[in-house]
Design a protein around this ligand. Structure first.
Ligand code: ZN
Length: 262
C-alpha cells in the first residue's frame, strides 16, 4: 500500500500551504482522500497519480470548500463512488459513511472514525495505524472549531488508539500522534481557563475577551481569534458557567457575554 501526497495550489490564511490530497492504493486499486477545490491542474495531477488503476472511491473528511468540491467531478471522471458523512455546498456524496464504516481497498480497508467539532460532518480515516486526520488535527497551525465540546470529545476518542502517524488536511505529517493529541487537549483547557479569567476580570464582550487573552497575538489575527473565543464561550454556556447572548449584537465582536459563576 503506498500513499502519494499532492498539495493543492490553494495557499491561504485557513489552508496554510494548501490542502493535502492523498492518493492511497496498491498496484490495482486506488482511493482519493480530500481532492480539494476545483482547480484544473490539481485535477489532472490526481488523475495522473491514479495512473489507470481502478478507483474504489473519492472520500472527503468534511464538506468545507477547501476539501470537497473536486470530489464529484473526479468521481464522474473516474467512474468512482464519492464518500462523505453528509452533503455540503458543492458536494453531494453518492455514499454516506459514518462511524465504523469500512471502505475496501482490496487487501486493506479504510475505516471511518466520526470526529465532529471542526465541523459537524467531520470524519477521520484509519488505515492500519495511520490516521488521515483532515482538519481535526492539522500540522503546524491552529484548528478552527465549530463546537468545542464535541471537538474535545473527538480528540479524547483518539487517545486510546495506538496511532503511529497522522496525515493531516493541512501542514506536514505528524509522527508523534499521542503527544500532539495530548497537547491539543491541554492547550484548549488552558485557553478555557484564560477566558474564564478574562470574564472574571470584567470582559463582557467577545472582543474584550480576545483583547485580554490574545495580547501576544498580532491584532490582524484578532478577528479570527474571536471565532475561537466564541466556540469556547458556547462550551462554557453548555457547561452552565456563562450566559452568551448571540442576539445582542449583529457583530460577533460586540456580542455580549455574562458570567454566571466563577
Ligand atoms: Zn481545511
Amino acid at each position: 500500500m503506498n500513499i502519494a501526497h499532492l498539495l493543492a495550489p490553494n495557499p491561504g490564511l485557513f489552508t496554510g500551504a494548501g490542502t493535502n490530497t492523498y492518493v492511497v492504493g496498491g498496484d490495482r486499486r486506488a482511493l482519493v482522500i480530500d481532492p480539494g477545490p476545483v482547480i484544473n491542474e490539481h485535477f489532472d495531477r490526481i488523475v495522473a497519480t491514479i495512473a489507470g488503476r481502478e478507483t474504489v472511491g473519492v472520500v472527503v473528511t468534511h464538506s468545507h470548500p477547501d476539501h470537497a468540491p473536486l470530489a464529484n467531478p473526479l468521481g464522474e471522471e473516474l467512474d468512482a463512488p464519492v464518500f462523505g458523512f453528509a452533503p455540503g455546498p458543492d458536494f453531494m456524496p453518492s455514499d454516506l459513511v459514518g462511524e465504523g464504516d469500512q471502505i475496501s481497498l482490496g487487501d486493506e480497508v479504510l475505516e471511518v472514525v466520526y470526529t465532529p467539532g471542526h465541523s459537524d460532518d467531520h470524519i477521520c480515516l484509519l488505515l492500519g495505524t495511520t490516521l488521515f486526520s483532515g482538519d481535526h488535527i492539522i500540522g503546524g497551525s491552529t484548528v478552527m472549531i465549530d463546537n468545542l465540546s464535541r471537538y474535545l470529545a473527538s480528540l479524547e476518542k483518539l487517545q486510546p488508539m495506538a496511532l503511529s502517524k497522522l496525515l493531516p488536511g493541512h501542514g506536514p505529517e505528524i509522527d508523534d500522534p499521542a503527544a500532539v493529541i495530548d497537547y491539543y487537549i491541554s492547550h484548549r483547557r488552558e485557553r478555557e481557563e484564560e477566558i474564564v479569567m478574562a470574564l472574571e476580570n470584567g470582559a463582557r464582550s467577545v472582543g474584550a475577551v480576545v483583547t485580554d487573552v490574545y495580547q501576544d497575538v498580532p491584532e490582524e489575527l484578532h478577528r479570527i481569534a474571536a471565532l475561537s473565543v466564541a466556540a469556547h464561550l458556547r462550551k462554557l454556556t453548555e457547561d452552565g458557567l456563562v450566559t452568551f447572548s448571540d442576539d445582542s449584537a449583529s457583530d460577533l465582536w460586540d456580542t455580549l457575554v455574562g458570567m454566571v459563576r466563577s
